[in-house]
Structures are given as C-alpha cells and as structure tokens.
Design a protein around this ligand. Structure first.
Ligand SMILES: Nc1ncnc2c1ncn2[C@@H]1O[C@H](COP(=O)(O)OP(=O)(O)OP(=O)(O)O)[C@@H](O)[C@H]1O
Length: 250
C-alpha cells in the first residue's frame, strides 16, 4: 500500500532581500515519523520551520499538511490544524505551577480564569496526570514553573505543546543548554512520542542526533536545500556532509 505523506514540501523557495534562504526544497514526512534535521548555521533550518508553521510564506512551491494547502493559511489556522512549534528557549508561566501550566494549555481550555478555577472533568484530570508522567515532572506538579531547571522547563514546554494535541510537532534544538543526562532523557521523551505524533526535530548535538535518529531518517540541509537524507551512520560517513558540516568540528 502506498503511504501518503502527512507533510509534503515540493520545490519550495523563500528569498529574503534577494538571498535564497530556502531553495527548491523537497521534503516528505510520513505519519508517526520522527525526522531529525541537521545543517550548518544559516542552512535554512529556522526558515524551514517558519514556512511550515506559517510565520513566513514561500515565494513559490507546494506546502501541504494532509490535504490542507499551508500556503493559504495563517499561523493561527495552521496551529489549529494540529501543527505545534517548540522554540529553542522555553516560555512557561513562571508564577504558575507545573500542573497549571499544563492545564492552561489543554486543548479546549477556556481562557486563563476559567481554566484555572473551574472543576476539571475526569478526562482532563487523566490527561494532566498522563502528561506529568510523560514529561517526568509528576513529583514537581505543585512547583512553580520558575523554580524548575532549564531542562525541566523544556520538558514542561513540550508537555504544554502536547496538551494542545498536535499531530505534528516542530521542535527546535531541544537539547541546547542541557546537561548530558537531561539531553538523554529528552531523547527518550521524543522517541516515546513518535508513532502517536509526527515530529521534526532540528538539532546540532550529534550525540543527541544519533540517539533520536535510532529508528529514523536524518535530513541534512545546506544552503536552503536538502544535501542528503538517510540513516545516521550513512549521513555521518557521507563525504559531502563531512565537508559542509561535520568536518567543521561541531
Ligand atoms: N526574516 C529574515 N530576514 C532576512 N533574512 C533572513 C530571515 N530569516 C532568515 N534569513 C536568512 O536566511 C538564511 C537562513 O537562516 P536560518 O535562520 O533559516 O538558518 P538556520 O539553519 O536556522 O541557522 P542557525 O543554525 O544559525 O539557526 C540566513 O542567511 C539568514 O540570515
């Protein structure tokens, strides 16, 4: 049976002031896949996320999520379709508890006041408990988010993203600034989400990339286009990749 991609990117280009940040890009992601995207500074990784999430519009090309034409939708509409983005720096509500941060993000939450003060139904309670376990912050549910470590804040924000029940998660350098142990835990978390969600993870840390690309494909971006795609070991051995990226000592 032919699989249909959940995300289709064909011949997409995006120019800023005459500079091609994305150039004739082709990219396909399948349901439940965890794809890792690497590439040197300026390769176009953030612009790629900007295009998928609607923050920027392509000059030309096809950008589809299932049957939806993303080029015709704004950022909010794309988010409503089920594409959630996690930026590099965590932005949690520091003065609220871990639990309340999740609660405020729950799909269908009715504004801050109502979300915090109306009684949760059992489905919502179960979902919060499930998320707290998944992000391993169950024992810190009553902590203020501002008291968490950097790594824990990142996990909380991933939890907040999951609370919106996205089908596709765009995750930008989740391991940046984390300890080795936190990095490994983050990898385990992302791997556990694959299957139920589709994920694109942009990352620089090669130990982390090796971990999360265990069962999946790595896409290498260079000068706004795909230099190559494949298993981590093949990518690492690829001469072109070594030249443009890995050889630079990152
Ligand atoms: N809004 C913008 N206006 C002008 N130029 C931009 C804009 N966004 C990106 N660019 C340019 O496009 C190119 C690709 O940038 P992008 O941030 O997508 O790369 P990146 O792979 O995410 O890099 P890094 O790893 O350093 O974050 C860069 O040369 C950048 O200066």
């Amino acid at each position: 049976m032919k699989r249909h991609p959940i995300l289709t990117v064909e011949d997409v280009s995006k120019t800023y002031d005459g500079f091609r940040a994305i150039s004739k890009l082709h990219f396909y992601l399948f349901e439940g896949e965890l794809r890792t995207v690497i590439g040197p500074n300026g390769a176009g990784k953030s612009t790629f996320f900007d295009l998928i999430s609607g923050r920027a519009k392509p000059d030309i090309g096809k950008l589809e999520f299932g049957d939806a034409d993303l080029t015709k939708l704004n950022e909010w509409q794309i988010n409503r379709l089920g594409i959630g983005r996690k930026f590099q720096t965590p932005s949690v509500f520091a003065e609220h508890t871990v639990r309340d941060n999740l609660l405020l993000s729950l799909k269908g939450a009715r504004g801050v006041w109502a979300a915090l003060f109306h009684r949760l139904d059992s489905t919502q309670r179960d979902r919060i408990d499930e998320l707290l376990k998944l992000i391993r912050l169950d024992d810190k549910r009553h902590w203020k988010a501002g008291q968490l470590s950097h790594g824990e804040k990142q996990w909380l924000e991933i939890g907040m993203l999951l609370a919106t029940e996205p089908r596709l998660l765009l995750v930008d350098e989740p391991a940046a600034g984390m300890t080795d142990e936190e990095t490994h835990r983050t990898g385990e978390l992302l791997l556990s989400l694959a299957g139920r969600h589709s994920l694109i993870v942009v990352e620089h840390d090669m130990t982390f990339v090796r971990q999360i690309a265990r069962d999946g494909q790595v896409t290498v971006l260079h000068q706004g286009t795909v230099l190559c795609e494949g298993r981590f070991d093949d990518i690492q051995a690829n001469e072109k990749v070594r030249e443009v990226y890995l050889g630079r000592g990152k």
